[in-house]
Design a protein around this ligand. Structure first.
Ligand SMILES: Cc1cc2nc3c(=O)[nH]c(=O)nc-3n(C[C@H](O)[C@H](O)[C@H](O)COP(=O)(O)OP(=O)(O)OC[C@H]3O[C@@H](n4cnc5c(N)ncnc54)[C@H](O)[C@@H]3O)c2cc1C
Length: 408
């Protein structure tokens, strides 16, 4: 009987395992996860839900794995992959033989250079375990310093304020969310955080981050010293490529795969946060995405390709972030945009459409309360997928329905 092995029991690995069964695979499936927990959702870990979540939000109930004939190994790490003998060695000493292998090892939070490892006062956020430790520190009277004004840092800033902690955000660049979010959207979010009492400092560089006297101590290059009960380092994530690298697979900002999620080794696939792939709708540009929907979609796609269905990546990237009652949604990739066109949906919701030099819609960034921008971002995504070159005047006019542009 064929044996398919999936390394990494996160969003992508779990989705791939179920998708193999949904697509009729009748062989053996082993899903190997380094964390001691069943696969769970990561997005709630930085959001308001962290406040009262005593359990992670599991992707599926434990019985669902058994019922689907998925052998789930938790708390076990894959240590070595041998693509010649088609075997994987696990941390418990077991060796698994595979017919097809999927690497869905995700990413790890980057640590601050030179900061002490394992400090209770200097932490990062990637796992449920990390989130539980942060929750204990986010209380009235406590001061949380967030290093990095990216999505996770800002979501956590909002959550910490909801829980009553004092929050300082320290960003090295001249504004928050510099990567992937237009200035107008970042400005609106910055103003909201400041109105909620977050002290946001941009263009500030850090000389040292240390632990001293039961506090995190941040020495700024300008001489100021900030003390906090906890410093959360939110400066991005690295793809987990170690086992792929030692197996000799091609690495290029992640495990390099083709449009079928096939790595440089036969019968070995990679998907989700750990891989970089060429995106046909952006001229084959190689990207690595850290997004929930991408992890899900690639899990399903990897399953199809492990079954020989030859399905190429075609999805338009999509990402969301929740901060207070605001939701930001981005579809497409805005890098390289030549012009931006604003459409106001209401007094506090708008979308920016990003066109390239040829007038092609390449991305849309929307922000508003709750679901205010969801429908129009979905339509923008369809326009991007269709390679549309919409009239900028129509994009900005609230009298022209986006749906009509799609029909055109
Ligand atoms: C706090 C937080 C908030 C987020 N919020 C959003 C959001 O609002 N919107 C959004 O679009 N995305 C969000 N994301 C991103 C999204 O959660 C990720 O893109 C998604 O989880 C990626 O799924 P994955 O399966 O590729 O990787 P992961 O979820 O990282 O799972 C990989 C798993 O593989 C395991 N593993 C690694 N190496 C091995 C090994 N050698 N052997 C066995 N197991 C191994 C890891 O322990 C991990 O459990 C958020 C992420 C975080 C951390």
């Amino acid at each position: 009987m064929a044996h398919f092995v999936i390394l990494g029991a996160g969003e992508c690995g779990a989705r791939a395992a179920f998708a193999l069964r949904e697509k009729g695979f009748a062989g053996e499936i082993t899903l190997v996860g380094a964390e001691a927990l069943h696969p769970y959702e990561r997005p709630p870990l930085s959001k308001a839900g962290i406040a009262d979540a005593s359990d992670p939000k599991f992707i599926a109930a434990a019985e669902k794995y058994t019922e689907s004939g998925i052998r789930l190994l938790t708390g076990v790490e894959a240590r070595d992959v041998d693509t010649a003998s088609k075997t994987v060695t696990l941390s418990d000493g077991t060796t698994l033989s595979y017919d097809k292998l999927l690497l869905a090892t995700g990413a790890s939070a980057r640590s601050f250079p030179g900061a002490p490892k394992g400090s209770a006062h200097i932490r990062s956020l990637r796992t449920y375990h990390d989130a539980a430790a942060l929750r204990d520190a986010m209380k009235p009277g406590r001061h949380i310093a967030i290093i990095g004004g990216g999505f996770i840092g800002l979501e956590l800033a909002a959550t910490a304020r909801l829980l009553g902690a004092e929050v300082t955000v320290i960003e090295g660049l001249e504004r928050v969310l510099k990567r992937g979010v237009p200035e107008e959207v970042a400005h609106l979010l910055t103003e909201r955080h400041r109105a909620e009492g977050v002290d946001i400092r941009c263009g500030v560089s850090i000389e040292a981050l240390i632990e001293e006297g039961g506090k995190a101590v941040i020495r700024l290059s300008a001489g100021e010293v900030i003390e906090a009960d906890l410093a959360l380092v939110g400066i991005g994530a690295w793809p987990n490529v170690e086992i792929a690298e030692s197996a000799g697979l091609a690495i290029e900002n992640g495990i390099a795969v083709d449009t079928y999620l096939q790595t440089s080794a036969p019968d070995v696939f990679a998907a989700g946060d750990c891989c970089s792939f060429p995106l046909p709708i952006y001229g084959g540009r190689r990207v690595r995405l850290e997004s929930w929907r991408n992890a899900q979609e690639q899990g399903t796609l990897a399953a199809a390709n492990m079954l020989g269905l030859d399905q190429a990546v075609s999805a338009v990237p999509w990402f969301w972030s929740d901060q207070y009652d605001m939701t930001l949604q981005i579809s497409g990739l805005a890098e390289g945009a030549a012009s931006h066109h604003r459409r106001d949906l209401s007094a506090d919701a708008f979308i920016l459409f990003h066109l390239d030099a040829e007038g092609r819609l390449i991305a849309a960034s929307g922000i508003g309360r709750g679901n205010a921008v969801a429908r129009d971002i979905r339509l923008a995504e369809m326009l991007i997928a269709a390679g549309a070159r919409p009239d900028p005047a129509a994009l900005t006019s609230s009298n022209v329905k986006l749906k009509s542009l799609l029909a055109a």
